[in-house]
Design a protein around this ligand. Structure first.
Ligand code: FAD
Length: 388
């Protein structure tokens, strides 16, 4: 399904690897952790350099400054981009923008495309996706959605409470998931609409959270009829569509981040000595290195397989769940081993390994916790008597 000849694609990946090594990682300032503004300024500077090198957003159309890569090609591209905290941001393929673009491109009306999607793709506006709610609202169980939207006049009035909404502190608009008479629905809401209030940023363990994770109160928030995205009552299907691609992109870029952590650990193991020999000569260290290579190899293959399926247009529901569980746990284990090999330095912020570990941990919770995916995988396997 590749859209580029292999030699041309290999040159693109070499170009990207060089860009990440010589421009992006050099500008990674670990003191900018939790400073979205500083990260954004650096990312904007890097995007200009990326464009001058023929690099850009992997999935966006060429006429929009993108590379129009297949999902399969994205695996190698995102892995390279993901080696740096700043890479996906610098290439305009960081969440929530990337999955929001993907979903709005499929679902947006011509007016919504002009007002939201196109400025989003040009980097002129920022989005966020607001689904999760504090108890007793929706978390792992989508049926617990409480935010509501009721018809009034020729528009809608939305009421609800959301939290952990990534990017919301710096977003211009939100895709709000709300319950309507016919089921969950999606609405586009500008953040300056009266009744839409970002209460606070919720600090998390993620050092580079790109626009925070906001708590949002929505009180009597009036939007027009044209705020409804796609068909009323189809919000669950829309969310599924958005999530499948989002999960895969996370897998790809986090393989890059985990692989970088292990590269740092391997370099440390070759330099640092214990009992008169380099750490690299100790078999228990070697076992951690070997397991990391096995885990990353398997993580790449499973991700690539799901990407092939997505390119082929087949359903990836079951396979993307398996990939999400496997990759989120594998990359975390690799980063944890990297911390262990680096000893005290590994838990410090002198090197990025501990920050990588902190970036990877939440992935076992968002986009479906491992337990929820395992339950769904087992349910399908047992109900349809699937052979393992
Ligand atoms: C860093 C980060 C960014 C996020 N960004 C966004 C965002 O941009 N937009 C958004 O809408 N949401 C976002 N979320 C929220 C995320 O989608 C939710 O955390 C996730 O859906 C789980 O919901 P919950 O946290 O309420 O967990 P809960 O539903 O409270 O579950 C807690 C734990 O219970 C267990 N559990 C739950 N259900 C089951 C089950 N059926 N079977 C077995 N075990 C179960 C799991 O171990 C789970 O981790 C983000 C979360 C994080 C951490």
């Amino acid at each position: 399904m590749n859209t580029r000849p292999p030699a041309e694609f290999a040159a693109l990946i070499d170009n990207l690897r060089d860009f990440i090594d010589t421009e992006v990682i050099l500008r990674e300032d670990l003191r900018h952790a939790h400073d979205s503004e500083a990260v954004e300024r650096t990312a904007a500077e890097l995007y200009a350099i990326a464009r001058s090198r023929g690099l850009g957003a992997p999935r966006a159309r060429q006429e929009d400054g993108g590379l129009a890569l297949s999902w399969t090609e994205c695996c190698a591209y995102l892995e390279q981009a993901g080696r740096s905290f700043l890479g996906p941001q610098a290439l305009r393929c960081a969440p929530p923008t990337q999955p929001d673009v993907f979903a709005l491109d499929r679902l947006g009306s011509p007016a919504q495309r002009a007002r939201y999607l196109e400025p989003l793709m040009r980097g002129e506006r920022k989005s966020c996706f607001a689904m999760t709610e504090p108890a007793p609202g929706v978390g792992s169980d989508p049926r617990m959605l409480r935010t509501s939207a009721r018809r009034e006049g020729d528009g809608w009035v939305i009421d609800g409470h959301k939290w952990f909404i990534s990017g919301a502190m710096r977003a211009d608009f939100a895709i709000v998931v709300a319950r309507t008479e016919s089921g969950p629905s999606w609405f586009l809401v500008d953040v300056d609409t009266p009744g839409f209030e970002r209460v606070r940023n919720i600090p998390t363990m993620e050092p580079f959270d790109m626009g925070g994770h906001a708590e949002i109160r929505i009180t009597g928030c009036r939007v027009g009829a044209d705020a409804l995205v796609g068909e009323e009552g189809q919000g669950a299907a829309h969310s599924q569509l958005r999530l499948e691609g989002a999960r895969l992109f996370h897998c790809m870029r986090y393989i890059g981040l985990a692989s970088r952590a292990m590269d740092i650990a391997q370099a440390y193991a070759l330099e640092r000595e214990s009992q008169g020999v380099p750490l690299a000569d100790h078999q228990m260290v070697q076992a951690m290195v070997a397991d990391a290579h096995i885990q990353l190899y398997a993580a790449r293959q499973i991700t690539l397989d799901v990407a092939h399926r997505l390119d082929a247009g087949t359903s990836i529901r079951h396979h993307s769940s398996m990939a999400k569980v496997f990759v989120s746990e594998a990359v975390y284990q690799v980063a944890d081993s990297a911390v262990q090999i680096c000893g005290a330095l590994g838990v410090s912020e002198d090197v990025p390994v501990s920050m990588i570990l902190r970036m990877l941990r939440p992935f076992r919770i968002y986009d479906g916790a491992s337990e929820v995916h395992r339950a769904a995988i087992a349910r399908r396997a047992l109900r349809h008597r699937m052979s393992a």
